[in-house]
Unconditional design. Structure first.
Length: 101
């Protein structure tokens, strides 16, 4: 199945503690159906000090389920993603505006 959400997409969170917040996808795991969004679902991880890095409490973005994310269209609203053929190329488009992504 083709990926509706990809790395670099601007998304809005639909449910959970970060509902309504927006961010950019930094990585996607299609097999697990999860994505890491910058600034969303932050957890504190404790790291041990080493020669290269300072130890302590480090905030880290944890994965969010893809079903809890929606792509943002050019108006800044959540939209669903569809696929269509433009010439001989398959492109994603925003269902609210009909504009190719």
């Amino acid at each position: 199945m083709a990926a509706k959400l990809r790395k670099g997409d601007k998304v809005v969170v639909l449910v959970g503690k970060d509902k309504g917040k927006t961010g950019e996808i930094s990585s996607v795991d299609p097999k697990a159906g999860k994505a890491v969004v910058e600034g969303i679902n932050i957890a504190i991880r404790h790291t041990k000090q080493s020669q290269t890095s300072q130890g302590g409490r480090v905030p880290k973005a944890m994965p969010v389920d893809l079903s809890n994310l929606a792509l943002m269209d050019k108006d800044g609203k959540a939209t669903r993603v569809g696929f269509r053929m433009e010439g001989d190329k398959k492109v994603r488009y925003a269902k609210t505006t009909g504009e190719a992504i």
